[in-house]
Design a protein around this ligand. Sequence first.
Ligand code: HEC
Ligand code: HEC
Length: 227
Amino acid sequence: MARMRALCLALLALVIAASGCGQRSPDLVKGKALFVERCGSCHKLARAGTQGTTGPSLDAAFAQARRDGMDSDTIAGIVRYQIAHPRRGSVMPANLVRGEDAEDVAAYVAHVAAVRGEDTGALAQAGLAGATDGRQIFVAAGCGGCHQLSRAGTNGRIGPSLDDLAASARRYGRARGETPEQYVRESIVRPDAFVVPGFRRGIMPSGYDKRLTRQQIDALVRFLLGR
Ligand code: HEC
Ligand code: HEC
């Protein structure tokens, strides 16, 4: 009997130790990177630099709660719940991130939503500034708020769909004496040099040549052409 009790105590101690290990502090840098990649195409969040408009601005969504003094842990809990349980029929897919990833995303949103200022240190590098992969750059730069691109999971409707860009870049490029690469690069850095038929001039923002590095523009062009 005593042996049984000792065993139980030992097991209990193990369980407590294990749950203690589970109390990790969230990785905000990872949370931000995941947010930009998976959530930013639909949600505006100023400090993450995302500009999606399919879902509500998360700054606006939590501004009142923040003013009412709701703490970040509570906000993180709400975000964590929403990630797993969007309302039925919502365009927001459930469980875009899971487990620790979901905790990290929720903690980052709670850390910055409706909080003024800019991310600093390692966090500053986690959004557009640190993005190297074409898909990440596309989403982090807010292109998806205006453009549908299935490979990036975006569904903007203000500009043309980029799903068949390789074909239109060949066609429009040929007419302008440009290679498809040149055409796409010019579409990004000088949007008004050529206006896609059926769309208006002056809607696509200029200045991406200053917001993005050369390497980022190169990666974006390759990604958009499906290379
Ligand atoms: C395809 C678009 C889309 C994506 C991607 C998306 N959401 Fe949403 N989200 C929505 C929409 C639309 C709503 C509005 C409520 C609803 O329809 O459920 C919403 C609601 C929310 C809300 C509640 C806001 C409020 O007003 O209370 C939070 C929080 C949220 N989303 C967080 C996230 C996070 C975090 C991610 C990434 C893991 C994400 N969303 C990805 C579309 C999206
Ligand atoms: C505010 C909306 C908006 C944003 C943000 C935006 N665009 Fe556009 N984009 C447009 C519109 C509108 C057009 C069509 C008119 C034109 O050609 O300028 C367009 C045209 C284009 C074209 C030419 C498409 C074709 O079929 O030939 C490309 C390529 C493109 N955008 C890429 C991007 C990329 C990459 C980003 C992000 C770095 C981006 N856009 C951000 C609105 C936007």
